[in-house]
Write a protein that binds this ligand. Structure first.
Ligand SMILES: NC(=O)C1=CN([C@@H]2O[C@H](COP(=O)(O)OP(=O)(O)OC[C@H]3O[C@@H](n4cnc5c(N)ncnc54)[C@H](O)[C@@H]3O)[C@@H](O)[C@H]2O)[C@@H](O)CC1
Ligand SMILES: Nc1ncnc2c1ncn2[C@@H]1O[C@H](COP(=O)(O)OP(=O)(O)O)[C@@H](O)[C@H]1O
Ligand SMILES: [K+]
Length: 522
């Protein structure tokens, strides 16, 4: 499912009207009816509910006023507060307003109602619908709109935002002035960038998408570059095992990870790789770290020369380049630390190894300030920075990266010809062709040590199994989030640790496989 900017949405809207002969009023009517269906599906029958709708002067307000009529037809008691003089409402919103007024709908207009009346109505409502501002938000909210938003947020009642919480920028997710804090956001046709970024992600509550009747062919033809990762979009992932598979055909991953004091990073990367079906995993690590067989019996080790600090030394280069022979993919970085000698070794390996590679953590730190090793590569590379690592890689402030996650990731992937996995809530996977995929699994419980190492192992395992690197990255990220969600469902988010997530990988894979075979509903 595509994710759009306000501008892209406006273009689609126009195209539906001009090229597909769909009257815009029909879109508004579909939006309103869809909104009310979704409200009933989520919050139960409308009949008997007291609903207060706050409407702005644009089409967002129009959607809200049209929904007022459907709610009333289904037996709700509905009051509309319009935050604009009636004369300033135009187009389809005016038509919806006219119908509401002609059919005797209750309407209070800005300037002619008492604020304490609104406050009381809000506090006595079962549901508040925020239809003040949508994708047309153009400047910081102030005055009556700001006052109304503050009252909504203070009401303590259930809030449904129409399209996007009022005050949130549809493109960046930032708050312009003040924003509604919603329990649910029901968005029209396609999700917007702002639902996944910055405060937009915090205040939108649960997001659902309403079908307003856009022709699928129109969306397809628009070549929108940002897509949500869904099981349907990952059809065929993970691929079934051939009957005659043996461990030699299921891929051999070389993990280059770990140092003195950071043995766990190497272990978690390797274990997650095995859990994703890599036939063989060899972990290369400084020789004094004894990965006792008791720790992880299934992993082979390659002990290598080390620096006095217990990190891999340059003397390990030859053995590592030899070790690459006969492997199918490489995962490099977790726990390698930032010793200058080790970092030089990492840069050489990234440039020289001609196997698909996934680079994380100290592998990324080695590239910070000198990305030339990436250009020298002959095989695909996947980089998996969190926003802090991304900041070091490209020399841009973390808050600016977070504000422009999609475009920052896309530019990097295009510029350096690598796949960029920008981690965090709704991890972004950007490919060199300019396309961006946004993950929809995972939870804040995964903000805990080692979950990133697990992701590196997971992506490495899919690479080793010969999966297309873009699919390996997107599929790995989606499964990683699913494993995190399964772990959180069992034990909650707060107590979740990386090994809980790794344990859930097999179940996460089974869920995906079952969905594809139609056993579980999507
Ligand atoms: N054809 C339709 O009926 C469709 C309607 N849609 C709805 O239409 C919305 C977009 O409609 P519009 O483009 O009319 O935009 P909005 O309804 O978001 O608001 C635009 C109006 O608000 C004013 N405004 C902007 N920022 C303001 C601020 N800070 N304080 C006060 N006023 C401000 C603008 O000057 C303009 O008059 C979407 O969010 C969605 O809800 C879409 O779902 C697409 C289909
Ligand atoms: N709020 C969140 N919602 C969803 N996923 C998250 C959230 N916070 C962190 N994660 C995921 O957890 C992982 C953390 O990785 P990372 O920051 O590299 O941690 P570490 O280096 O400790 O392993 C990433 O895959 C990230 O996307
Ligand atoms: K809104």
């Amino acid at each position: 499912m595509k994710i759009v900017t306000a501008e892209e949405m406006k273009k689609l809207d126009r195209k539906a009207t001009t090229d597909y002969a769909i009257p815009s009023l029909l879109l508004m009517e579909n939006a309103a009816r869809g909104l009310v269906d979704e409200i009933e599906k989520t919050l139960g029958p409308a009949a008997g509910k007291r609903v207060v709708i706050l409407a702005g002067r644009g089409n967002n307000g129009g959607d809200g006023i049209a929904a007022a009529r459907h709610l009333r037809m289904r037996g709700a008691q509905v009051i509309v507060y319009l935050f604009s003089p009636i004369e300033k409402v135009g187009g389809d919103a005016k038509t919806s307003l006219d119908i509401w007024m002609q059919t005797g709908g209750v309407l209070h207009v800005a300037g002619s109602f008492r604020w304490n009346h609104l406050t009381r109505e809000l506090s006595e409502s079962d549901l508040i619908i925020d239809a003040l501002l949508g994708t047309g938000l153009s400047h910081p909210v102030e005055g009556d709109y700001a006052k109304a938003i503050t009252l909504i947020n203070r009401s303590g009642r259930k809030v449904v935002a129409v399209d996007i919480p009022s005050g949130i920028s549809a493109d960046t997710g930032e708050v312009l002035g003040v924003a509604v804090k919603a329990d649910y956001t029901f968005t029209m046709a396609l999700p917007k960038w702002g639902h996944f970024l910055q405060e937009g992600l915090e205040v939108r509550g649960r997001l659902a998408v309403i079908d307003i009747g856009f022709p699928p062919a129109m969306i397809e033809a628009a070549k929108i570059p940002v897509d949500l990762i869904t099981p349907e979009g990952l059809a065929g992932f993970p691929p079934p095992r051939p009957r005659g598979a043996h461990k030699g055909t299921a891929g051999h991953l070389l993990v280059i990870a770990g140092s003195f004091g950071k043995k766990g990073a190497a272990l978690m990367t390797s274990l997650a790789a095995l859990r994703c079906g890599a036939g063989l995993v060899t972990v290369a690590l400084p020789k004094s770290i004894d990965l006792a067989t008791a720790d992880l019996m299934e992993v082979m080790t390659l002990p290598l020369p080390e620096t006095p600090e217990g990190t891999l030394s340059l003397a390990a280069e030859k053995s590592l380049l030899q070790a690459v022979q006969g492997k199918d993919a490489v995962a490099i970085g977790p726990g390698l630390l930032q010793n200058e000698e080790t970092q030089r070794l990492i840069r050489t390996l990234i440039a020289e190894i001609s196997l698909p590679i996934v680079v994380d953590a100290d592998g990324l730190n080695a590239l910070a300030g000198d990305l030339s090793a990436l250009k020298k590569r002959k095989a695909p590379a996947i980089l998996t920075p969190h926003p802090g690592e991304m900041s070091r890689l490209i020399g841009k402030r973390t808050d600016l990266i977070q504000k422009e996650r999609f475009t920052v990731a896309a530019h990097f992937a295009e510029q350096w010809g690598a796949i960029l996995v920008l981690k965090g809530a709704h991890t972004v996977v950007a490919t060199p062709d300019g396309f961006v995929r946004v993950n929809n699994t995972g939870n804040p419980g995964m903000a805990t040590a080692g979950t990133g190492d697990a992701l590196t192992g997971m992506i490495g395992a899919w690479l080793a199994q010969g999966i297309d690197p873009a699919e390996a990255a997107a599929g790995g990220v989606a499964l990683h989030g699913t494993a995190g969600d399964l772990a959180a469902a069992d034990r909650g988010e707060i107590g979740l640790i990386a090994s809980d997530l790794i344990q859930k990988i097999p179940e996460a894979i089974q869920n995906y496989v079952r969905r594809h075979s139609g056993v579980l509903p999507p």
